[in-house]
Ligand binder design. Structure first.
Ligand code: MN
Length: 130
């Protein structure tokens, strides 16, 4: 029997309260996590750390989450480029969802996140992708 390696989530989120909540929930569910508070740092950490999946806020202080998504999908390393990415979008941005899916996002979670549901939402989107 082999011990199952903990999966690592990269959380790209500029709001510290949201980040604290999400990472606490991830930790309780047995995930490791790393955090980027800007889009550029997010792309950089994908390359450096090769996390198992990304939780991506759309409204970021530097480049938009949609741009982060495009840059990750365009990375030269094909394995890294296809990392599962879950967008976190507010209800007001419902119009952006099709754009996100078209840009290669694997799914989205509505903000504000529901602490009771978010882990099962993540698992449902990831399926057997990680
Ligand atoms: Mn934000």
């Amino acid at each position: 029997m082999t011990a199952e390696r903990k999966q690592t989530a990269l959380v790209v989120e500029d709001n510290e309260d949201n980040m604290v909540l999400i990472t606490m929930l991830l930790e309780n569910a047995g995930y490791e996590h790393i955090w980027a508070d800007t889009g550029l740092k997010g792309v950089e950490l994908v390359l450096e750390q090769e996390p198992d999946f990304v939780l991506l806020d759309i409204q970021l202080p530097d480049i938009e989450g949609t741009e982060v998504l495009k840059r990750i999908r365009a990375l030269e390393d094909a394995e890294v480029a296809k990392i599962p990415i879950i967008a976190m979008t507010s209800y007001a941005m419902a119009g952006d969802r099709e754009k996100l899916l078209a840009a290669g996002c694997d799914g989205y979670i509505e903000k504000p996140i529901n602490p009771m549901r978010v882990i099962s939402q993540i698992r449902a989107i990831l399926g057997d992708k990680t």
